[in-house]
Design a protein around this ligand. Structure first.
Ligand code: PMM
Length: 265
C-alpha cells in the first residue's frame, strides 16, 4: 500500500502532493513501482495535528481518488469520517482505511457495510491532539488485541462482511516507542486472529529514536528508509498481509528478496 497524503502537514510527505497533477502522478508512479493499493489521505493524523473539516478533507481527496480509480488503480481512502469515505467510494475507492477502527464516526460502519468495500480497522484510542496521553496499557499486546476484537465484533454486528475486514495494530497511535516494538515483535499474535493484517511503520518516530545520533537527536524522517524496510520484512515474515509505506520501490525489491528466499527452502 503506497501512501499518498494530500495534506499540507503530514509528517513525512506533507505539502508535497497538494497539487492535483502531482498527487495523481505520484499515485501512478507508486502503482508502477509495485503498490497494489494507493492510500489517499486528506487529513494528517500525526501526533498533535489540528483537525480539518469534512468539506476540506473531501475537496482535497475526491478528484485524486477519482483520477486514480479511472486509471484502473485500487484506491483506499484514509479517513475517520463516514462522509469522506462515502464521497471517496462514490469516486471509486474500494478500501476504507479508518485509523479509528470505526470509533470516530458512528456512521462509518453503515457506509462500509452498504458499499461492501474493504475496511481497515486500526487500533485507536483518540484523535491526534491528545492520543499520546492515552498510551497506557496493562499488557500492550493483549490490550490492543482485545480492543481490536471489540471493533471487529461491532463491525460484524453492523452488517460488515468478515471477509472485508483488515486489522492494523496502529503503530504510533497512543503508543510509545516501546509499545511499537512490542507490537512488532508479537505481530504473529495479530495474524492469528484470522484477519489480514496491515503493518504501517513507514518513517515513524520510533525508528527515528532508535537511530538517534550521539547527541540524542532523532534520525530525520527522510533517512529512516532502511529501518522501515527492515520492519516491513519482519512483518512479512510474521505473516502480515500488507505494509503501508512511502517508498514503494524499495519495499517491492525487499519483498521480492524475501519471497525468493522463502520459496527456495
Ligand atoms: N498511520 C498514519 C496514517 N494512516 N493508516 C493505517 N492503517 N495505519 C497507520 O499506522 C497509519 C495510517 C500516519 O502516517 P502518515 O502521516 O505517514 O500517513
Amino acid at each position: 500500500m503506497g501512501i499518498l497524503n494530500v495534506t499540507p502537514d503530514s509528517f513525512s510527505d506533507g505539502g508535497r502532493y497538494l497539487d492535483f497533477a502531482d498527487a495523481v502522478d505520484h499515485g501512478e508512479q507508486m502503482a508502477a513501482e509495485g503498490a497494489d493499493i494507493i492510500d489517499v489521505g486528506g487529513e494528517s493524523t500525526r501526533p498533535g495535528a489540528e483537525r480539518v473539516d469534512a468539506a476540506t478533507e473531501i475537496a482535497r481527496v475526491k478528484d485524486v481518488v477519482s483520477a486514480l480509480a479511472e486509471r484502473g488503480l485500487a484506491v483506499s481512502i484514509d479517513t475517520t469520517r463516514a462522509a469522506v469515505a462515502a464521497a471517496a467510494i462514490e469516486a471509486g475507492a474500494s478500501v476504507v482505511n479508518d485509523v479509528s477502527g470505526g470509533l470516530a464516526d458512528p456512521d462509518m460502519a453503515r457506509v462500509v457495510a452498504d458499499a461492501g468495500v474493504r475496511w481497515v480497522l486500526m487500533h485507536w484510542r483518540g484523535h491526534s491532539a491528545d492520543m499520546q496521553r492515552l498510551a497506557h496499557y496493562d499488557d500492550i499486546v493483549a490490550d490492543v488485541k482485545a480492543e481490536l476484537e471489540d471493533r471487529v465484533e461491532a463491525a460484524l454486528e453492523s452488517g460488515v462482511d468478515a471477509n472485508r475486514i483488515i486489522l492494523d495494530p496502529g503503530l504510533g497511535f497512543a503508543k510509545t516507542a516501546e509499545h511499537n516494538w512490542r507490537l512488532s515483535a508479537c505481530l504473529e499474535e495479530f495474524v492469528a486472529l484470522g484477519y489480514p493484517v496491515l503493518f504501517a511503520s513507514s518513517r515513524k518516530s520510533y525508528l527515528g529514536s532508535l537511530l538517534a545520533d550521539e547527541a540524542g537527536g532523532p534520525r530525520p524522517v527522510g533517512r529512516r528508509e532502511a529501518a522501515t524496510l527492515a520492519t516491513s520484512l519482519l512483518a512479512f515474515e510474521a505473516g502480515a498481509w500488507g505494509v503501508r509505506v512511502h517508498d514503494v520501490v524499495g519495499t517491492a525489491d525487499a519483498r521480492a528478496v524475501w519471497l525468493a528466499t522463502r520459496r527456495a527452502c
